[in-house]
Ligand binder design. Sequence first.
Ligand SMILES: [Zn+2]
Ligand SMILES: [Zn+2]
Length: 256
Amino acid sequence: MHDYHVHTTYSDGSLLPRMVAAAEEAGLDGLGFADHCNVFGTEGARAYRNAFGFNLDLTHERRRRAIERSRDRTDLRLYDGVEMDYHPDHEGAIEDFLADAEFDYAIGSVHQIDGANVHDREHFAALSPAEREHAVETYVERVCALLDSELVDIAAHIDIVERNPALRGLLDEGHYHRIADALADSQTVPEINAGRVTREYGDFHPSEQFLETLLAEGVAFTIGSDAHEPDELLACQDRLAAVVRNEDLPIVELDV
Ligand SMILES: [Zn+2]
Ligand SMILES: [Zn+2]
């Protein structure tokens, strides 16, 4: 199994050698480092990068040297990837950065809706039902724009709004079909993302219901634990191994 989505201290995860050791213990064949990266030119995005220390735009060459060194010490196939924040207003900056940085692959993510992080429970719980529905609508538009942009290889956690109890259940069959149609027209592959499978949410992204729509459309997937800690990587291995064994679920490896 190739896990294309883990984090290290180059964003908000654990030390890179500890993630490699966990992947070895889990018996993986490949491990991809996909640290958060944001290149939006706005003041708000700068403040966000400063606050959270998301510096891969500045440190990716240093991380590349660390990955190269780790390759000498493991039989695992290690990938130099990235999880890029996506917004349609910043496609030029994303495209220029990715062309320059030459990662093995890029994962694209929509983490913000109208300036609020999708994980922000208080923010979305304080909105009216109509405002919440509008937020989910905006989210779906952004995901479809990400897929249309062809800027990335993998689309991360395509129904991440389900993680937030205030937004859970608002994605409907119509949204599923819009995203499925955008995937059918795109080179970008979605992932089976285990980021919340062992936590409160308890399901993969995409959810079981959404998955049915996507499978009917012939969509294939990559695997991503979205682990930030070695324990998280190990905790979701059995669930991910079952996904890979499921013959009804097409899992692909990247051609990198
Ligand atoms: Zn993410
Ligand atoms: Zn992630």
